[in-house]
Design a protein around this ligand. Structure first.
Ligand SMILES: *Cc1c(COP(=O)(O)O)cnc(C)c1O
Length: 388
């Protein structure tokens, strides 16, 4: 059976070897502490679950939902953006419901890229930007996220001939995997650059509420002119511990939103209404659940970052996200180092190269396990010797 070329041109899955090793260690009876996945371990708040249970009983919610999402859902998104980000949106044409933001990101690439087009993608990055570009048969140009630039791309160093051919740009702050964050000044620069070269900006912002120490993550759309050039993806997944529910949204430029909507009408049939109603409860309801999450992640972050630095794995405390992006000590490759952590300490961390070649030299730890387990991980790390 021969699959399409676009499938064979997807890069190989780099975590295969690590997954196999993880199973091997688990079989030996080692208690694996998985700091690999970015998937909240904290349950969805009860008031959100209750809203869904009620909605399930209503037969009107059992039918095909609308492609763009219920108007009440889009209004809830618009007022949440106004309250939390100071951004005004027209619910009717500037908000689109998504079956998780991953779906929207992939469909956006297919909706806007032709064969000769270039997508500007950060590297390292969430793999969907690059892979959806490949699935759209388009080309990509990597924007390196380097430590010396605080993991922010140097836009004006992109060769002008590439920038002129570029149709879209993906960005993601607060960032996965580097945990970097930006101020509005960077987004102003992005708008100038996008206008200069006529580029559509897709800003992916699922960690917008996962911030610490008084930092508040801006929306791309909070900058003048941003709505002329782009949209922002956001999601209930990380903010409300709802990764399994599959609900996110896109907000911003009405023409871009219409393009993604058209794509969706031909591929899926919208988000289950009971889940949209749960999402309305999340967006309109009390937000103290988010603050409580962040207190939990903050404690885990502080324990882990302190321990990493003590044992010779340099890491900074991030201002946002539930990731810690740490430097691989000595001459290890990121894969060798991840293997060593697994073999010697039963700890899973994601090798940076899995997010792109500029991720080499780093590993990503996620904070999605209990404080107790993080403490155990730290005890195990303290017994290792990285000097050899
Ligand atoms: C988790 C994540 C997403 C996907 O979120 P869903 O809404 O669950 O699809 C998108 N982008 C980044 C950078 C993520 O880390």
């Amino acid at each position: 059976m021969r699959v399409a070329r676009r499938l064979t041109s997807l890069p190989p899955y780099l975590f295969d070897a690590l997954d196999a090793k993880k199973e091997e260690e688990a079989k030996k009876g080692v208690e694996i502490i998985d700091l690999g996945v970015g998937d909240p371990d904290i349950p969805t708040p009860p008031h959100i679950i209750r809203a869904c249970c009620e909605a399930l009983k209503d037969a009107r919610n059992h039918r095909y939902p609308s492609y763009e999402g219920m108007l009440e859902f889009r209004q809830a998104v618009a007022s949440w953006y106004k309250r939390r980000k100071g951004v005004s949106l027209y619910a009717e044409r500037e908000v689109l419901a998504l079956i998780g933001s991953k779906e929207g990101i992939a469909h956006a690439a297919i909706a806007f890229l032709d064969r000769e087009d270039i997508a500007l993608v950060p590297d390292p990055a969430y793999p969907v930007y690059k892979n959806a570009t490949i699935l759209a048969d388009a080309a990509y140009h990597e924007m390196p996220l380097l430590e010396e630039n605080n993991f922010i791309p140097d836009l004006w160093s992109i060769p002008p001939d590439i920038a002129r051919r570029a149709k879209i740009m993906f960005l993601n702050y607060p960032n996965n995997p580097t945990a970097a964050s930006v101020t509005k000044d960077f987004f102003k620069e992005v708008v100038d650059f996008a206008k200069e070269y006529d580029i559509i900006v897709f800003h992916d912002n699922p960690y917008s509420e996962l911030t610490y120490d008084g930092y508040s993550a801006p929306s791309f759309l909070s900058v003048d002119g941003a709505i002329d050039v782009g949209i922002e993806f956001n999601s209930l997944s990380k903010t409300y511990n709802m990764t399994g529910w599959r609900i996110g949204f896109a907000v911003g430029n009405a023409d871009i939103i219409a393009g993604i909507r058209k794509m969706k009408t031909n591929i899926d049939s919208g988000t289950f209404q009971a889940i949209q109603i749960a999402a309305i409860a999340a967006l309109n309801g009390p937000q103290d659940c988010v603050d409580r999450n962040m207190e939990i992640y903050k404690r885990r972050r502080d324990i882990l970052v302190e321990c990493l630095n003590n044992v010779g794995i340099p890491a900074k405390k991030p201002r946002a996200t539930f990731y810690v992006w740490a430097k691989v000590p000595h001459k290890f490759s990121s894969i060798d180092f991840a293997m060593l952590l697994l073999k010697k300490a039963g700890i899973v961390a994601t090798p940076g190269i899995g997010f792109g070649k500029h991720g080499e030299g780093f590993v990503r730890f996620s904070l999605c396990v209990s404080e107790d387990k993080i403490r155990i991980a730290c005890e195990r790390l303290e017994k290792m010797n990285f000097e050899q």
